[in-house]
Design a protein around this ligand. Sequence first.
Ligand code: THU
Length: 131
Amino acid sequence: MVTLEQAVSAAARARDNAYAPYSGFTVGAAIKVVDDDTFYVGCNVENASYGGTICAERSAIVHMVSRRGRSPVEYVVVLTGAEPPSVPCAICLQVLTEFCAADTPIHLADAEGVRRTLLLRELLPQPFVLV
Ligand code: THU
């Protein structure tokens, strides 16, 4: 049984590895999967060709899918140094929507812990759906 506090620590450790020489804005993310005590973490990885940058949240999703395929996500932690805590960008919310239920809690954290929690559907009420 892992705790939300441990998930925040995992996101903070991932943030320490962020590669953000252009913006200087570092982000860590941790995904908790149901019945799985491993945190699937990610950090932002920037590129000299700015559009090649991947955000922490998408990096964590790629990590989760690479390790165990599509999985039931319990919650996501996104950790920055921002005050107020940053919400994920719209591209990340769209990607999270692909793998997370609408009522998945997205915990917004800083080094001190969780500052705010919103559901995915509150952050992206109208995701794109391919029909
Ligand atoms: N970034 C994330 O990692 N997640 C987001 O949801 C928004 C922005 C990163 C991308 C870039 O490396 C830096 O933050 C500044 O935009």
